[in-house]
Write a protein that binds this ligand. Structure first.
Ligand code: THU
Length: 160
């Protein structure tokens, strides 16, 4: 059986210095949003920043709860906030960052499955792709063409 070679993976990888200033700016906002994390249980701060089509940046962070499932990830906090307050705007990009309470350096993070599904829903709803900007290793960043790249074989409203 011959393996199919997928030429276009749907994302690009960059060293931090090679990233466009627009991406660096969004990453900085996401990193600053980590300071607003309420994470006394995991002690793991996550910050997310989204860029709207008018250039505005919105941020969110993970908000935990003593009843664990009642908490919410940073990505969903900011995506739901945007949906509730900026429904006439299109989301162009999202950057996600993370750090542990007791460490200074930021860590690679990728959105959890639930957040990927919400990203996909947002993308389908606005009929326009969202670029996802993630740290993949110490000095390496990934920029996807869309959020669908993170959720192959996905289920969305077109499946119903
Ligand atoms: N978390 C996020 O905010 N986003 C993710 O994509 C993964 C996990 C949060 C949830 C919880 O507050 C903490 O990180 C540890 O799982």
């Amino acid at each position: 059986m011959e393996e199919e070679i997928i030429e276009n993976k749907g994302y690009s990888a960059y060293s931090y210095v090679d990233l466009d200033d627009q991406y660096k700016n969004l990453i900085k906002s996401a990193q600053e949003a980590c300071d607003t994390s309420y994470s006394p249980y995991s002690k793991f701060k996550v910050g997310a920043a989204i860029l709207l089509d008018n250039g505005e940046i919105l941020t969110g962070s993970n908000q935990e709860n003593s009843c664990f499932p009642a908490g919410l990830c940073a990505e969903r906090v900011v995506l739901f906030y945007a949906s509730a307050n900026y429904s006439n705007r299109t989301i162009k990009q999202i950057a996600v960052t993370a750090k542990r309470w007791d460490e200074d350096q930021f860590l690679p993070i990728t959105p959890c499955g639930g957040c990927r599904q919400v990203l996909l829903e947002t993308e389908v709803k606005q009929e326009s792709p969202i670029k996802v900007i993630l740290q993949s290793s110490e000095n390496q960043w990934v920029v996807t063409n869309s959020s669908e790249v993170l959720l192959p074989f996905c289920f969305n409203k077109h499946s119903l």
